[in-house]
Design a binder for this molecule. Structure first.
Ligand code: 13P
Ligand code: SF4
Length: 316
């Protein structure tokens, strides 16, 4: 991607972004995994479900989506009359990449009697082929609403699917996809940390592998993890999700200690999502200044992807 030189930095850059926000009548939406400067500047920070809801109800003319591509695409599907820009168009997702639409269509064709419940971390094309979309916040609720006799295909995250199958008691056929970030945590290093901090609670996102979830004191989506550490009385937590969320945890509970769960790679102490971290303050400024890269899609695709997303919003 070509990037143009920027003459501002620090506070001046922040002020320029805020100036553009006013001029454009824009809203800045950010996921919890964005870098802390972006989170601090955003009008709204949330998990995938909260961001989708916010994108649907905003009065702004321009949605500046600081997250990954499928999230910005969801905002466009829900809000076609708005301009939706993302700081870096290359900000993808390993789960979405694991599920190409042609292979997904073949999977559905093999199981025509199944209902396709698909995690929001997928492309618009895959959404368009699905019956209902879910996020990690509402997956359990949605699966519980599916009539007991109806077989279910759950895609593309096998770890979330396995976890939801376990808590709901529903058998589901799972697509073989995973998140590169949540699969990279080291059980051994986390257990070593637990010996060092025996009072610490392990909290984990359901995208983590089963063995890791078996050690967790609490499992939930990003917003549920954040809520948990506010309500809970412990003072130390080992956080097994992307460490961007720790910024909000530390802000709301400054006296508590949050330790990022370490990955298998011994050279790193934490486990950043390389896609989420492609967005920077400089790219945020440029995407607002140039109103590009924009999220665009055909109206036919948008309408087909909208139906299962609306079903999700009705059901959750
Ligand atoms: P939530 O914020 O919805 O929990 O999703 C986590 C995630 O991996 C987003 O990419
Ligand atoms: Fe995708 Fe994992 Fe990054 Fe979330 S953390 S955007 S699921 S690769």
């Amino acid at each position: 991607m070509t990037s143009e030189p920027i003459e501002f930095a620090g506070k001046a850059l922040e002020n320029e972004i805020l100036k553009l926000k006013k001029e454009l009548n824009a809203v800045i939406l950010a996921h919890y995994y964005q870098e802390s400067e972006i989170q601090d500047l955003a009008d709204f920070i949330g998990d995938s479900l909260e961001l989708a809801r916010k994108a649907k109800t905003t009065n702004a003319d321009v949605i500046v989506f600081c997250g990954v591509h499928f999230m910005a695409e969801t905002a466009k599907i829900l809000n076609p009359e708005k301009t939706v820009v993302i700081p870096d168009l290359e900000a993808g997702c390993s789960l979405s990449d694991s599920c190409p639409p042609d292979k997904f269509a073949a999977f559905l064709k093999k199981h025509p009697d199944h209902i396709a419940v698909t995690y929001i971390n997928c492309s618009a094309e895959v959404k368009a082929l699905s019956d209902i979309i879910c996020t990690s916040s509402n997956a359990e609720k949605i699966i519980r609403k599916i009539p007991p006799g109806r077989p279910i295909l759950f895609s593309p995250d096998k770890n979330l699917g396995r976890y939801i199958a376990k808590v709901t008691g529903r058998q589901m056929l799972l697509w073989d996809g995973a998140c590169i970030v949540h699969e990279a945590f080291s059980e051994e290093r986390i257990l070593k940390l637990k010996l060092e901090y025996p009072e610490a609670k392990i909290i984990a996102h359901p995208e983590c592998e089963e063995i890791l979830l078996s050690h967790a004191d609490y499992i939930g989506s990003t917003s549920k993890l954040l809520q948990y550490i506010k309500d809970d009385s412990a003072s130390v937590y080992i956080v097994a999700t992307e460490p961007g969320i720790i910024h909000q945890m530390q802000k709301t509970e400054p006296h508590k200690m949050f330790i990022p769960a370490p990955p298998q790679d011994e050279t790193c102490a934490c486990n950043n999502c390389p896609h989420m971290k492609l967005n920077t303050m400089e790219k945020l400024y440029l995407c607002m200044k140039n109103l590009t890269p924009k999220i665009e899609m055909s109206e036919d695709l948008r309408l087909r992807a909208l139906a299962p997303l609306e079903k999700m919003l009705e059901m959750s």
